[in-house]
Design a protein around this ligand. Structure first.
Ligand code: UD1
Length: 431
């Protein structure tokens, strides 16, 4: 297994190109199941999760090609995918696939909407809590799905062969359940209203793509989505929006190490709460024509009290990275995780580097220390592993991050992007 070796203590200076958003690219690729025409997606990041989903979709009959050669000459513009689901040849998404990536569960809604039936394994994904799918199923039932659980699979049928519009009121905000129901509603008969929909920008990106494909959707960007389903949808060309989590991760890294970096292609409007938090810690953030600039001089990191919330609140996907930044703050920070109950696996690894963190239920209290010291650490999930990279960039001496396949799921060319800005970081291949 590959490892990442970091020698800490170097400021970041330069330009980091921001990739297309993984969490938008995945549901956008899944949207290709809704039409027999070609869906072209631009700015798709080259990530393990994206490649795995392409394989899963191929199983269902989606023809997938990548324009030009794999390594784009302008890598920050990502890749162009052509996806065509002329026929859905298999309505089953098997355990071996879905257990490796939770988002692949989202094929349920679109396949059910197009074919009138679907059989999808219950999901796996990052081990950051129980992560049930009850909201997905309740939502699809409101659109006329009849659902059984059989041998670890969700077996769904549309009453009378086709989903019909319905009213879905989510008791809790769920990104995945909103995607699943939104995608299904685009091909359901009549109007669907989703209340308490997730407002994450990636939902808006998918909704905008569905509009290009011919769906009528009102309320994009709000918590009430009103979708008029269509008998069929058309092909479209859509550009994946920039990754706000990658943006925030690098922004926090610059704040942690000091320095001055332009996050090229990043959009401040996608992560205002996170950038406001960063400014509170003493970093200077400016929106420029071609991206966001983050600077921190030698003045140290101020502590912060914050809790994670659904968008537009502080994202749970940046909680671990913020904690790495707070590890060397001048004072005590408090971070409360309200989205996932078990998303603190980075705490004991950060402690191996000398961080002083106490956990009480959903709340972490971080007493800033003067120095972290390099050590071998273990990546446990996608966002946790990148927090260890940030801590490693700050720590004195050498840090080795093991199990970096977690990082490869969601961060494109991480070592390259950081080393170009002066970080001493390299991948050590297993074999
Ligand atoms: C998505 C993101 C993930 C992010 C998360 C929250 C993708 C590919 N993944 O994950 O990076 O951390 O949103 O912003 O976009 N829940 C239920 N029942 C359900 C579904 C969810 O109780 O049926 C709960 C979850 O356990 C969790 C909360 O709702 O506590 C939010 O989960 P959700 O928004 O669904 O996360 P994902 O879509 O899995």
């Amino acid at each position: 297994m590959d490892r990442i070796k970091i020698v800490g203590g170097h400021k970041l200076e330069g330009v980091i190109p921001i990739s297309g958003a993984k969490n938008a690219a995945l549901p956008l690729m899944i949207a290709s199941l809704l039409t027999g025409d070609r869906l072209t997606l631009k700015n798709v990041p080259n990530l393990a999760d994206v490649n795995l989903l392409a394989r899963i979709l191929r199983n269902h009959g989606v023809d997938h090609s990548i324009e030009g050669k794999r390594a784009s000459p302008t890598p920050h513009l990502g890749e162009t995918f052509h996806l065509t689901a002329r026929d859905i040849v298999d309505t089953t998404a098997p355990y071996e696939m879905v257990s490796r990536m939770r988002a692949s569960f989202w094929v349920l809604g679109p396949i059910l909407a197009r074919m009138g039936q679907a059989r999808v394994s219950l999901p796996g994904g990052c081990a950051i809590g129980t992560r049930p799918v009850d909201l997905h199923l309740t939502g699809l039932k409101a659109l006329g799905a009849e659902i059984d659980i059989d041998g670890g699979y969700v077996v769904a049928k549309a009453a009378h062969g086709r989903l019909r519009g319905g009213r879905v009121v989510f008791p809790k905000v769920s990104v995945g359940a909103t995607h699943n129901v939104l995608l299904a509603a685009a091909l359901a008969k009549g109007e669907t209203v989703i209340e308490n929909a997730a407002r994450e920008p990636e939902i808006g990106d998918v909704a905008n793509c569905l509009v290009k494909m011919g769906a009528h959707i009102e309320g994009i960007g709000t918590s009430t989505l009103r979708i008029q389903g269509r008998d069929s949808l058309e092909g479209a060309v859509h550009t994946v929006l920039p990754d706000r989590i990658e943006t925030g991760t690098f922004a926090f890294a610059v704040a942690a190490t000091g320095g001055n970096v332009l996050l090229e292609g990043a959009r401040a409007g996608l992560l205002e709460t996170a950038l406001a938090a960063l400014e509170q810690t003493g970093a200077v953030v400016t929106q420029e024509a071609d991206g966001i600039r983050v600077r921190r001089n030698g003045s140290g990191v101020d502590p912060i009290t914050i809790e994670t919330q659904p968008f537009p609140g502080f994202p749970t996907d940046l909680q671990a990275q913020l904690m790495a930044l707070m590890a060397t703050a001048r004072g005590t920070s408090v971070i409360r995780e309200t989205i996932f109950e078990n998303r603190f696996m980075h705490v004991q690894e950060l402690a191996r580097l000398g961080a002083d963190i106490q956990l009480h239920g959903d709340t972490a209290t971080i007493r800033g220390v003067k120095h972290l010291k390099g050590a071998p650490v273990m990546a446990t999930d996608l966002r946790a592993s990148v927090s260890l990279v940030i801590a490693g960039l700050v720590a004195d001496g050498e840090t080795t991050v093991n199990r970096v396949y977690h990082l490869d799921r969601g961060f494109e060319r991480l070592e390259e992007k950081l080393s170009r800005c002066g970080a001493r970081i390299e991948r050590i291949s297993a074999g």
